[in-house]
Design a protein around this ligand. Sequence first.
Ligand code: VGL
Ligand code: ZN
Length: 213
Amino acid sequence: MQTIPEIDPRRDVLVVIDVQNDFCPGGALAVADGDAVVPVANALMRRFEHVVLTQDWHPAGHRSFASSHPGRAPFETVSLDYGEQTLWPDHCVQGTAGAALHANLDATRAELVIRKGFRPDIDSYSAFYENDRASPTGLAGYLRERGFARVFFCGLATDYCVAWSALDARRLHFEAVVLLDACRAIDLGGSLERALAAMREAGVGLTQGSELR
Ligand code: VGL
Ligand code: ZN
């Protein structure tokens, strides 16, 4: 693991991924202990000069929902035009309470909220690209234009949206660090171990927010 230097307010940005009601206990795609990230993310947001949030934001009837595939159940896998896709319960439908940011997340200082997964036929885990790996969200251009070189990630879920975002950050030549104490995982069929291994391999720094200086 690379050493984590001090937060540099000029080149560092914190990206808080998908801390939304549907990913918290009681939500449609609840991540175990998902709401535990809220106070940790709030404390981190106070330490960074620059903060970006993401929001999973699907139209009703989205292609990633099992309900859009007759006879299929949530957490099964199907093959779509762009490859394998896990089917999810209906979640984060645009404008619903489930899609709202957790009420205790203090988003006041966020400079940008990026929404993803709004194309009806393409799922989106990464904050940078939809799952077709070709449709950008615009975040890379935004971060570059703002002069940010290093991206710290936290939020939900470690093994899907956080990991895919961190891996894309590396592909796009940003430095990337995941703050694991401010993340929780879905962990479907070993997905957490695979995601951690892929992030290590790609040079993503894995550490705890509590380790930041
Ligand atoms: C997510 C599955 C489906 C996530 C979003 O935020 O990790 N996972 N949509
Ligand atoms: Zn989703």
